[in-house]
Ligand binder design. Sequence first.
Ligand code: FAD
Length: 435
Amino acid sequence: MTLSRSGEDFGRHAPSYYAATAPAGPDAPALEGSERADVCIVGGGFAGLGAALALARAGKAVRLVEAGPLGWGASGRNGGQVHMGWNQDQPWLERKLGLAKARALWDVALAAREHLDGLLALDPDACDFRAGHVHADHRARFVAGSHAHAAHMHEVYGYQDLRAVGREEMRALVDSPDYHGGIIDARGGHLHPLKLAQGIARAAAAAGAALHGGSPCTAIKRSGAGWRVETAGGTVEAGAVLVATGGYATGLLPRIDAHVLPINNFIAVTAPLGAERAVQLIAGGRSVSDSRFVVRYFRMTPDHRLLFGGGESYGWRFPKDIGSFVRPHLERTFPQLAGTPFDYAWGGTLAITPDRLPHCQEVQPGLWSLNGFSGVGVVLGPYLGAAVGEMLAGKAGAAFAALRVLPGPRFPGGPALRWPTMVAALGFLGLRDRF
Ligand SMILES: Cc1cc2nc3c(=O)[nH]c(=O)nc-3n(C[C@H](O)[C@H](O)[C@H](O)COP(=O)(O)OP(=O)(O)OC[C@H]3O[C@@H](n4cnc5c(N)ncnc54)[C@H](O)[C@@H]3O)c2cc1C
């Protein structure tokens, strides 16, 4: 049994609702013997799979090695929420980068959302996609800011899919005493993330990509003009390598460790609540995320369970009883669900960056890293993976150019001290949720 740093078994998916409800994944035999490729990808999450699909479609010989089954990491076990845009809002991007670059990034976000529609079409169930996302403010004083944001997006970007929501309508949308108003985004929504990862993988394999599960990469070494990717069972000699290992990075690229920090987030899923109760709790089948720094996010599954994400931890190990860890967050949001049994509870690790924007870097000539999607990898992960894949196929486009304008700061303290410094800062920001 090979274990991740969080002590999870790479041999099977986390015990999630998704693993229990997805069909068997595509064939992905472990890497054996010596192979060659134009590009070798390390990591089979949204970013790595998105890149593999783009490279295979461009006619390149591509091989991907993944430590677990495909989609084993954050991509196959996240909240499934479809968020429009980046992890910083457009006014933030305007202040930091100027209006022109902010506009280019918004165009990329729109294209990423369209790209997702194309990926949904690859799955017979459209990955259980449901449209509509609610941003819910847990402080009355935040509502005016949310409404101003919706107006800004209408006026500056012509984005008409946001609608401001007052207190009464919010209560009709989400039956929680916790929320005072917010915004609905018609282009947001939710989906089954493991089906999405598997759909991308199937399409990549059909286009000619060689995908290997159960193949943790142990080293990446210079080899002639290219690189050699090593696993316990084999090697891949490749002209270029893309490392897309998310929060599960295992020290393969120490230089990248200064830019990303793994943090853990947790999800619990109730027993089925029945169709009527489901509609009472969240009208219209939308997804919801709130204004907390340690965000609470939730939605109904197709079989009328509440899938609720809440609570974060820092460090490699997960709490022993994840259900009990999530329960207080859920019951403060929905007191009427106190004591409702959970059928599933699991954790996952995501990579955050200091500015919560993804980080793409050529670490050495031909050795690339793409990482740090923070909490918005469902839409941006596959698309920016594809953007890097296209660049490696010699066809860098606007999305890759936009990715390269992102600042990519390092955590204070570098690889060694990023943990204590950031954990103290994150703990402080998390405390602010209470006031
Ligand atoms: C609990 C949770 C909830 C989330 N909710 C949402 C949400 O609702 N909406 C949203 O947009 N985003 C959400 N996210 C974030 C989103 O899941 C991530 O941003 C995204 O999946 C990152 O994709 P990735 O490909 O970069 O990384 P991952 O999906 O983590 O993939 C990295 C892969 O690399 C593999 N790997 C690592 N080291 C090696 C090695 N040495 N050799 C081979 N393989 C290796 C890992 O096994 C892993 O499968 C959530 C994340 C978590 C953890």
